[in-house]
Design a protein. Structure first.
Length: 525
């Protein structure tokens, strides 16, 4: 059996609403279509008027199309289906009698071209259930949002109190640091003085030792050069030393020898050591005794005799059993050493090593160490207070919504994985993208600001200045917040290259109201 056709005359009057009205007229517009005493219809835009019979006569008379609400005669006409059992729907008049059922009550198809089944009750029921489901969600969300708001406010108060406390502590910590710094400076001054004195005495001692060694080497050289043992070194004793060959012709002339003797024929030991030796010590080589040469014994060292290569002197014994070195006191005087021990350290080593500080300097160093440690502790305390203050100030500067409700999301990270990437959102921090197949994370941006429209500021957040997109912008993400039972990142997509969008549901975005968009019953055109 055919479904009941809805065939009503073009001028039929609908009486489903409170006011009887022609076909296709919305309840809210019904008063415009009330016949007046002259039976004249005035177009809704007021521009023209016609006999009432012109309404729905399938001929477009009004420029705004208002005389043909129930036919497709006007290109700009609008047809309203009452949809009893569900919700009224407005469709373009062009859809009237076009052979497609647009209205759930089928009233847009009354010509008989097509038989429309009335599905309004069924749709209405589903819609009601959906509205109830969303209502519940909203109510539950609002309840949770209140809790979040309470803890957000509490958190802000705690942070504020902590900040005030720290700002007060900071003053004391700064004073303490200044005091400790003064004490450190005070303790370091005598320490430095004593250490410098010690160093200076050691430098002098080293210079003295070196001069002593040098003089001893000079004397040894003198004795070796003075081959006739007359306590003079003369020109003839010099010429046998090839190293004095100035022009490198293989012979040391008397003039060359004399030049090395500072233009005198001979010098005594004192003159040799003080005047001649400093100039020749770099080139002087002791003569190799003939027996040694003929016996094939090892040659004496060929290196020039300098400060570091001197024969042992009474002052520089080479045995480990030698008398230990004297130390240097804080006032720079040498202190007698302790009796020798069986210490394994060799004399040569200790020769080059600065002696330990004396007890007085050690006490000053210890005192300075204590002052330094106290200063470092005070300095670190102040720095740590400053770090905490700065982190608290950043927190206080964040906008957590009118009721501090969004603070629950701070320091929380959420992930969403699609076919290719795992997206991550650390709320109020950053957003990123990681390929599922492995590889490094790409920054999609760091926290920027709330970016919702003026009347709905807290509906979206912007994360910006992410990794630059090749031949494109810096990556950025717009996070859309919607009411939901839990905090969850539910979608991530890239509406245009390197400009991402995340959908995030949270009870914090629940308003307690159901909007037509929420129900997906957004069927008014
Ligand atoms: C990577 C990803 C994509 C992005 C391209 C742009 O592959 O970050 O999301 O579209 O780079 O080159």
């Amino acid at each position: 059996m055919l479904p009941k056709l809805i065939l009503i005359c073009c001028l039929a009057v609908i009486t489903s609403g409170s006011i009887p009205r022609p076909r296709g007229v919305a309840d809210s517009n019904a008063s415009h279509y009330q016949p007046n005493s002259e039976n004249v219809f005035v177009c809704i835009d007021g521009s023209q008027s016609f006999p009432y019979t012109y309404v729905n006569d399938d001929y477009c008379d009004c420029a705004d199309g208002s005389d043909e609400p129930g036919t497709s005669a006007c290109p700009n006409g609008k047809f309203t289906c009452t949809n009893i059992g569900h919700r009224p729907l407005i469709v373009p008049a062009s859809r009237v009698n076009d052979g497609v059922c647009d209205c759930c009550d089928g009233t847009d198809e009354y010509s008989g071209n097509i038989a429309c089944v009335n599905t309004c009750n069924e749709l209405g029921k589903k819609h009601k259930e959906e509205v109830e489901r969303i209502m519940k969600l909203q109510e539950e969300g609002v309840r949770k949002k209140k809790e979040f708001a309470e803890s957000g406010k509490k958190m802000k108060e705690e942070k504020k109190a902590r900040l005030e406390q720290l700002q007060a502590d900071r003053e004391a910590a700064e004073t303490e640091r200044q005091e400790m710094e003064a004490k450190k400076d005070e303790a370091e001054a005598p320490e430095k003085e004593a250490k410098d004195r010690h160093q200076k005495a050691w430098d002098e001692e080293k210079a003295r030792r070196s001069a002593e060694k040098d003089a001893a080497a000079g004397m040894t050289a003198f004795n070796e050069l003075d081959s006739n043992n007359d306590n003079f070194v003369d020109v003839l004793e010099m010429v046998v030393h090839n190293e004095f060959d100035i022009d490198s012709n293989g012979v040391v002339s008397e003039e060359e020898a004399k030049e090395h003797l500072e233009e005198v024929e001979k010098v005594d030991q004192d003159t040799f050591v003080s005047k001649i030796w400093p100039n020749v010590k770099q080139i002087y080589k002791p003569l190799v005794p003939e027996e040694a040469q003929s016996d094939g014994e090892a040659s004496p060292p060929a290196e020039p005799q300098g400060e570091t290569a001197t024969p042992p002197t009474p002052e520089t014994p080479s045995s480990s059993t030698a008398t230990p070195l004297p130390s240097i006191s804080a006032d720079g005087t040498l202190v007698s050493p302790d009796p020798p021990t069986n210490d394994v350290q060799t004399q040569d080593d200790s020769d080059e090593k600065m002696p330990d500080y004396d007890d007085e300097t050690k006490v000053l160093i210890e005192a300075a160490d204590v002052a330094r440690n106290s200063f470092n502790a005070a300095d670190e305390k102040l720095k740590s207070i400053d770090r905490e203050i700065s982190s608290l100030q950043s927190y206080m500067n964040l906008d957590f919504g009118n009721e501090e409700e969004f603070s629950v999301l701070k320091d929380q990270c959420f992930e969403y994985t699609d076919r290719e990437y795992t997206y991550k959102l650390c709320v109020y921090e950053r957003a990123s993208q990681r390929p599922k197949s492995g590889g490094s994370e790409t920054s999609l941006g760091t926290w920027g600001r709330w970016s919702g429209p003026e009347n709905d500021r807290y509906s979206s957040q912007l994360y910006e200045r992410g990794q630059n997109c090749w031949n494109g912008p810096d990556r950025s993400v717009k996070v859309h917040f919607k009411c939901g039972p839990e905090n969850q990142l539910t979608n991530a997509y890239e509406p245009s290259r390197c400009e991402y969008a995340f959908d995030f549901i949270t009870p914090v975005s629940c308003s307690g109201k159901v909007s037509p968009l929420d129900t997906h019953a957004h069927d008014e055109l």
